[in-house]
Write a protein that binds this ligand. Sequence first.
Ligand code: QAP
Ligand code: CO
Length: 189
Amino acid sequence: MVHEILVWPHPLLKQKAQPVAKVDDEVRTLIKDLFESMYAADGVGLAAPQIGVLKNVIVLDTTPRQPEAKPVAMVNPEILSLEGKQTYKEGCLSVPGEAEDVDRAAVVTVRFLDENGDEQTLKCEGLLSVAVQHETDHLKGVMFVDHISTLKRELIRKRMKKLQASMEEDQEEGDDEKPAKRSARAEAR
Ligand code: QAP
Ligand code: CO
């Protein structure tokens, strides 16, 4: 099922997520929903809190830009080591239309449970490394905008407030609105 993705600064995005006790069918359904929601929104990574679920579960698929990478789901991910530095212009499905340079480690080693509950350790470089650091941040209530200057963050906050208001306006008007009018307003944003 495709879920609505919360837009920053939604209060749930500031909360810390909880560890998963057991990788059961409920968790596997959550993983499936995260993948479906991520692909529907054209993303490369999504964390459970972004769909309002405060559990330590993330999904990643950097396949388009990294041929050796595959869709990967991580339950209770824990970064064991960080090495080097890299800067990447990051976006986030919870901060639509925005992208800013963020400095992070170049290489991370992450330990997690896979969808079968088996422990895995993965060394990640490049975009996958950025994605793992970005998504594990979400589980701590940290957003990429927390890594940029206050000035840039406050400008983005204003744009998100406008975007949120226009999204709520769309929902109030319901389904009887002519699609042309709806897309005209989307264009004007
Ligand atoms: C996190 O981000 C990430 O603004 C995932 O209009 C960021 O999937 C992983 C997206 C950087 C690796 C590097 C954002 C799509 C997707 C937007 C995303 C947008 C459409 C962001
Ligand atoms: Co994000």
